[in-house]
Design a protein around this ligand. Structure first.
Ligand code: AMP
Length: 477
């Protein structure tokens, strides 16, 4: 996406604006302490015409203004953000966050999945981190010179701090770990709507009562809106659009069946609605025209008007358009899938298991084709997912099919679609998937796990980690 000086000014303006509702509820955290925000820049590349290209988050981290405030407001030195190896960067950002734990007033990252990635990384590395804090040295596998230099300026032997952290991390349950490690944290900052809502249950477990604040809706194409009620539950969040950030137009979309969303018409130009004319309760696809030169650009997000703040429309994020599973003529959207997974995973919760990650794909290698769900399941309090009764997993398959839309069920009854399958994958499979996408150039700061896997290589990563396969035993109709 083109980035001009005017675009950079809008980011700057927005950064000031979207923090005001947060300040209202949590006080001026800039004065209170520092943010432990996990941030990952990607190396810039050059286009054939000689322009620099980078992920939007990288451009923000590169701004002079950001660099000026970094050391005062954030725990992570710039070298750890720009470290070419995201794992080394993550290790060092956690290390710096732990060393300054008494100053940390906010923990977060742009997306909820990155915060969880950080916690899981901590689960695997806390002993090593404690050793580094105790001895005042940095682990040998951190070879990046920038990170080593930054650490050498700050890290000193601190056995008392290391012992405290060790005691906290050594407990059996990690419930509320964020609160315990960063006792002054006032909230967790991350986007937890849209595809990220699947992570809220697990995040809530780790924060125990600390609010999850999802305060902005923005994309590389344009900054869109902010959440004026930072304390509201993730499922109720609406974003109030800021009309000075881009020229927003909306393509109406409607529920054609069973709550799934389809386009009303392909004749977009005649259908476009201005921001001022959107109607409460109506769903739209977002279209932006920006000062950087995008003209009527379809962002690919579907939003619903949930209300108005004065005259400014507020939107709930519904889903990415076109993320669908389809074997025949049925179309299953991201929302359909989320609803079905939510129904099915409710069977696991009372048994002490949590569904931590899922994705899907359509397997057409045999006829008829069928939906495949990859599930990563974690046992609470030291339980292993191998202890999970296979009958429950079969029941989850049935529950998912029952919760899918009518067209799916009819096709399934007529054997146009074969039985839905859940493949349980071993722990850290989805981290391996993230690593794969990051190795292909995705920025870890902006990573969003696909709801539906299209790449053969990505599929192989998950398939090679399958530890159990379960099928729905009967048609849902
Ligand atoms: P990117 O392509 O990395 O610029 O990511 C932008 C996309 O992330 C948007 O088009 C949305 O699909 C998603 N996104 C950004 N903010 C939010 C939000 N607050 N809630 C849900 N999804 C979001």
């Amino acid at each position: 996406m083109p980035v001009t000086a005017e675009v950079a000014n809008k980011w700057e303006l927005f950064r000031g604006l979207y923090q005001s509702p947060v300040i209202k509820h949590f006080g001026d955290i800039n004065q209170a302490g520092k943010r432990l925000e996990l941030m990952f820049a990607r190396p810039e590349i050059e286009t054939p015409s000689g322009l620099k290209a980078a992920s939007v988050s990288t451009s923000i981290y590169n701004e002079c203004n950001f660099r000026t405030i970094l050391s005062k407001l954030y725990t992570s030195p710039i070298e750890t953000i720009f470290c070419p190896d995201p794992n080394q960067g993550l290790y060092c950002q956690l290390l710096f966050g732990l060393i300054q734990r008494d100053e940390v007033v906010m923990v977060g990252s742009v997306f909820a999945s990155t915060v969880l990635r950080g916690i899981k990384f901590l689960e695997n590395h806390w002993q090593e981190l404690c050793y580094d804090i105790k001895t005042g040295r940095l682990s040998d596998w951190i070879t990046d010179s920038g990170c080593r230099n930054a650490a050498s300026l700050v890290i000193k032997p601190n056995p008392e701090q290391a012992d405290l952290i060790e005691t906290i991390c050594n407990c059996k349950s990690w419930e509320g770990i964020i609160r315990k490690l960063w006792p002054k944290a006032r909230y967790i900052w991350c986007i937890c709507t849209g595809i990220m809502r699947q992570y809220t249950t697990e995040l809530e477990f780790y924060c125990r009562g600390l609010p999850l604040v999802s305060d902005l809706y923005a994309c590389s194409e344009a900054i869109c809106g902010m959440n004026l009620e930072p304390l509201c539950k993730p499922c109720d969040i609406s974003y109030t659009f800021l009309p000075n950030m881009a020229y927003f137009e909306f393509l109406p979309v409607k529920n054609e069946r069973d709550g799934s969303i389809e386009m009303k018409s392909n004749n977009e130009d005649t259908e476009l609605v201005d921001l001022v004319n959107v109607k409460a309760g109506q769903c739209y696809e977002l279209v932006v025209t920006t000062c950087a030169g995008l003209y009527r650009y379809k962002v690919g997000d579907v939003l619903m008007v949930s209300g108005f703040y004065n005259n400014a429309p507020q939107f709930q994020f519904l889903e990415r358009k076109n993320v669908i599973l389809s074997v025949d003529q049925e179309k299953t959207s991201e929302t359909d899938l989320f609803k079905a997974v939510t129904e099915a995973k409710a069977l696991l919760d009372p048994l002490g298991f949590i569904l931590t990650e899922y994705t899907s794909y359509v397997d057409t290698s045999s006829a008829p084709g069928h939906y495949v769900l990859f599930w990563e399941i974690k046992g609470k309090e030291g339980k292993h997912c191998k202890e999970l009764d296979p009958k429950i997993m079969v029941e989850c398959c049935s529950r998912m099919e029952e919760s899918l839309h009518y067209t799916y069920k009819i096709y399934r009854k007529r054997n146009i679609i074969a039985a839905l399958e859940i493949r349980v994958v071993k722990q850290e499979s989805f981290e391996a998937l993230m690593d794969y996408y990051v190795s292909k150039g995705t920025s870890m700061s902006q990573y969003k796990k696909p709801s539906c896997i299209k790449s053969e290589e990505a599929l192989k990563i998950l398939d090679s980690r399958v530890i159990g396969k379960y099928f729905s035993p009967k048609s849902p109709l």
